[in-house]
Write a protein that binds this ligand. Structure first.
Ligand SMILES: Cc1cc2nc3c(=O)[nH]c(=O)nc-3n(C[C@H](O)[C@H](O)[C@H](O)COP(=O)(O)OP(=O)(O)OC[C@H]3O[C@@H](n4cnc5c(N)ncnc54)[C@H](O)[C@@H]3O)c2cc1C
Length: 401
């Protein structure tokens, strides 16, 4: 029997670990149940850290931990999924192709930035969404130091005033000062189409965010969008122009394209709708998880967000359940009642909220310590020691905040 997991992000990593955990608990050998993880690289890209300096360092190796729990790593990108014949075709970086049959499939292909068809965006827009994008932005920022000082050089426009946009923007003043020199006066402007910043965070935390933005000198332009970009700046939907050489697009993500090959219902973000055990209904043998899935996380009408916090736990449930079906064990409905947010606010510290109503629990330096712990420790893969790695993936214990 073979369980194939596509994607080695937070969801895919925990799907593999938790499937291996259940196989181990049931005393089944890797020869009887093969668990294969397909991903372009055997590394975890620590996406929540890509707004920080040195983005090229934001990866963690996975091969040793996969080997420690007898998960087979298959290098490549899943190009096609045929759910009728239960086959996945994988393209390798060398241009070769191989076909993997599966008895159960876990789609954990995550998400990627959605770039609308705005003139100039593809050519001039940067982002902090993928490792490649974040590294390209960092290289561009360092290159600014060699350019003549002008208002456009020292100005960064961040399009999108949600979670990612705020983190990218508040990190920017010290990043730019480090690159351009202490005397530089960088200008950072968030452009947000909604009438208020952090539209999804609600009224409670907003004053903390607005105060932090003031403190770190990040300006906001709300109620307007970016209409076009060119070499020297952006034009806003109200006709205003901002001279800038750096526009960071942070206005929305969508599920990765592979989800479109699964013949099933998807939401507006392209996420596959799943049942409580994270199965894709009516597509036999297929589970979806993490940013690729839309799953209810409680009985109160809350749905998992495209977040590391949800992806990690959903991954553990999906892997467990896919293995459970093959091992003849009952599956476990995914549930995740606790929900917190921890928003980095640069030199103004951070903001920690609890619950779906986002009650402010910590601000400033105290919250920043928690953010540093989340970003520097909690979200990294477990050590490559078999017992510890398997134990870390108990679905009931993963991301229990
Ligand atoms: C700047 C930034 C800040 C963030 N901050 C936070 C935060 O503070 N808190 C939080 O909870 N979340 C945060 N997030 C969101 C979080 O990173 C994502 O929700 C999380 O990464 C989703 O995990 P995932 O495993 O579902 O997908 P991903 O992490 O996107 O991983 C998917 C993996 O699948 C692989 N893949 C895709 N297609 C294929 C294919 N066809 N074949 C093989 N492999 C494939 C990809 O290469 C990737 O490795 C942030 C994201 C960004 C970009």
């Amino acid at each position: 029997m073979r369980l194939v997991i596509i994607g080695a992000g937070f969801a895919g990593m925990y799907a593999a670990l938790s499937a291996a955990r259940l196989r181990d608990i049931k005393g089944v050998s890797p020869d009887e149940l093969e668990i294969a993880l397909v991903a372009p690289e055997p590394t975890l890209v620590v996406r929540p850290r890509l707004y920080e300096p040195k983005p090229e360092t934001m990866t963690a190796p996975l091969l040793d931990v996969l080997n420690a729990v007898d998960v087979v790593y298959v290098q490549g990108s899943a190009e096609t999924v045929d759910t009728k014949s239960r086959m996945v075709q994988v393209a390798t970086a060398k241009g070769t192709r191989k076909t993997l049959s599966y008895d159960r499939l876990v789609v954990a292909t995550g998400s990627r930035l959605f770039r609308p068809n705005i003139p100039g965006l593809a050519e001039y827009g940067f982002s902090v969404d993928s490792l490649e994008d974040a590294v390209a932005l960092d290289k561009h920022l360092h290159g600014l130091a060699d350019r003549p000082a002008a208002s456009g050089r020292d100005t960064v426009v961040v399009a999108g005033g949600g979670f990612t946009g705020i983190e990218a923007a508040t990190e920017m003043p010290p990043r730019l000062r480090a690159i351009l020199g202490k005397g530089a006066k960088p200008r950072v402007i968030i452009v947000e189409r909604n009438p208020a910043i952090a539209p999804d965070m609600g009224e409670g935390p907003r004053p903390v965010i607005e105060e932090a933005l003031r403190k770190v000198g990040v300006e906001t332009r709300v109620g307007v969008g970016v209409a076009s970009l060119d070499k020297s700046g952006v034009t806003l939907s109200n006709g205003d122009q901002i001279e800038t050489e750096t526009v960071i697009w942070a206005a929305g993500i969508r599920a990765a394209p592979l989800t479109q090959q699964i013949p099933a219902e998807r939401d507006n973000f392209g996420r596959l709708l799943v049942d409580p055990c994270l199965r894709v209904p009516k597509v036999s043998g297929v589970f979806a998880t993490g940013d690729a899935a839309r799953a209810a996380c409680d009985d109160d009408g809350n749905y998992a967000l495209m977040s590391c916090q949800h992806a990690t736990r959903m991954g553990a449930f999906a892997g467990n359940n896919a293995a459970a079906e093959l091992l003849g064990v009952p599956t476990k409905p995914y549930h995740q009642k606790a929900y917190v947010t921890c928003l980095d606010l640069g030199e103004a510290g951070a903001l920690f909220t609890r619950g779906w109503e986002r009650t402010v629990e910590m601000v400033g330096e105290v919250a920043k310590k928690t953010k540093q712990e989340i970003n520097g420790v909690w979200i990294y893969p477990p050590k490559p020691e078999r017992a510890a790695a398997l134990a870390s993936a108990d679905p009931e214990q993963v991301t229990k905040l």
